[in-house]
Design a protein around this ligand. Structure first.
Ligand code: SF4
Length: 312
C-alpha cells in the first residue's frame, strides 16, 4: 500500500453463485482525493461501492482486499470512518422521522452528544447542505428529490468520515439540480476532510469533480489514472468509445448523440479473451482468446493488447 493512500483496494473480485460481477480491481484513494468509478450499466460500479463498505448482499463471494488506512473495513466503521451516499435517498431515509431527528440520531450514536446538542448539530449540518431552516423538520416525502439528496449528503458527512462512497448520487435528478448537488457533495467532503469515491456514468461530472478515475467494463478495469490525462487522451479503446459519445462544443443542439454499438456481455457470458472484443474496432484474434493484463502506460494503468501502447 502506498504510504499516501487512505484507501487501498487490491485484486477485488465479487462473484454471485460463481458468476463474476467484478474481477481483479485494484486502485488507491489518497486523502482528500475524489476518485470516480465510471462505466455503462452492469460494469460493476455499484458492486464495487457495496464491496468497499462491506455491504455486498448475502451469497456474494468477495475476495481481494479493501484497506482503510491499512486495516480492513468493518461494520463498525460504517457511518463513522466510511459513509455511503446512496442513489435512492427516499429508501435510505426513514419515512417516519423528520430529517433533523434522523441526523440527530446519527450524530448521537457516533459523537455521544446530548439530545439537544445533537439536534442542534444536525440542523447545522442540514443548513450547510442548503436546506432552509423552515424545512429541516420535514419528513423525507415532504422534500423534493434534490433536498432529499442534500439530506443524505448531510447524513454521510456529519460525523466527519475519512471516506464517502457516493453511488450514482444524482441519477434521479434533473441536470440543473444534479450539478448543484454534486457541488454540495464535493464541498461537504472537503469540509469534513473526507476523500470521495464517486460512482457515476456521467463523464461530464467526472471531468468537473474528480481527480482520478477507474473505467470499468463488464466487471473488469479497462483504464485507471488521472482524469485530465484520460479525458484528454484515452488509451483503452473502451474509454475512447465512451468519450466519443459525449457532445463537443461543435455538436448542434438537439442533434442525436452517437451511442456505443452493441451491448456489454452478460456477467455469465464472458469468454477467455478481452470482454470488450465483440464491440472493439481494434480487436485482433488475440483479443478473443487472451484476457489483457493491466500495464503501466503514460501515467495510468491500461488493460489492452494494442501494440502501439508500448510507444505512448
Ligand atoms: S484488448 Fe483488444 S479487444 Fe480489448 S480493448 Fe484492447 S484492442 Fe480492443
Amino acid at each position: 500500500m502506498p504510504s499516501d493512500a487512505l484507501l487501498s483496494v487490491r485484486d477485488l473480485s465479487v462473484d454471485f453463485d460463481g458468476v463474476p460481477a467484478l474481477s481483479g480491481l485494484s486502485f488507491d484513494v489518497r486523502p482528500g482525493e475524489v476518485l470516480a468509478l465510471v462505466g455503462e450499466s452492469g460494469a460493476g460500479k455499484s458492486v464495487t461501492a457495496r464491496a468497499l463498505l462491506g455491504m455486498c448482499p448475502r451469497g456474494a463471494a468477495v475476495s481481494g482486499s479493501v484497506l482503510l488506512r491499512g486495516t480492513p473495513v468493518t461494520a463498525a466503521d460504517r457511518g463513522r470512518r466510511i459513509a455511503l451516499v446512496p442513489q435512492d435517498a427516499l429508501s435510505a431515509l426513514s419515512p417516519v422521522l423528520p430529517v433533523d431527528g434522523q441526523l440527530a440520531l446519527a450524530v448521537r450514536s457516533v459523537q455521544g452528544l446530548s439530545r439537544r446538542d445533537a439536534l442542534a448539530r444536525a440542523r447545522e449540518a442540514l443548513a450547510e447542505v442548503g436546506i432552509p431552516a423552515a424545512r429541516v423538520s420535514a419528513y423525507p416525502h415532504e422534500l423534493s428529490g434534490g433536498m432529499r439528496q442534500r439530506a443524505v449528503i448531510a447524513m454521510a458527512t456529519v460525523n466527519r468520515p475519512e471516506l464517502v462512497v457516493a453511488d450514482e448520487p444524482t441519477t434521479a435528478l434533473d441536470p440543473g439540480t444534479r450539478d448543484k448537488v454534486l457541488g454540495v457533495l464535493g464541498d461537504r467532503c472537503a469540509a469534513a476532510g473526507a476523500s470521495l469515491v464517486l460512482v457515476t456514468h456521467d463523464l461530464g461530472a467526472v471531468g468537473a469533480h474528480a481527480d482520478r478515475m477507474v473505467v470499468l467494463y463488464a466487471g473488469r478495469p479497462a483504464e485507471y489514472g488521472p482524469v485530465d490525462r484520460i479525458l484528454r487522451r484515452p488509451l483503452a479503446p473502451y474509454t475512447e468509445a465512451l468519450l466519443a459519445c459525449l457532445p463537443t462544443a461543435g455538436t448542434p443542439r438537439k442533434s442525436r448523440l452517437p451511442t456505443l454499438p452493441g451491448r456489454p456481455p452478460a456477467p455469465g457470458a464472458l469468454g477467455a479473451g478481452c470482454a470488450f472484443a465483440p464491440r472493439c474496432r481494434y480487436a485482433t484474434v488475440r483479443c478473443h482468446t487472451e484476457r489483457p493484463a493491466a500495464r503501466s502506460v503514460d501515467g495510468r494503468e491500461v488493460a489492452c493488447h494494442l501494440d502501439h501502447l508500448e510507444s505512448v
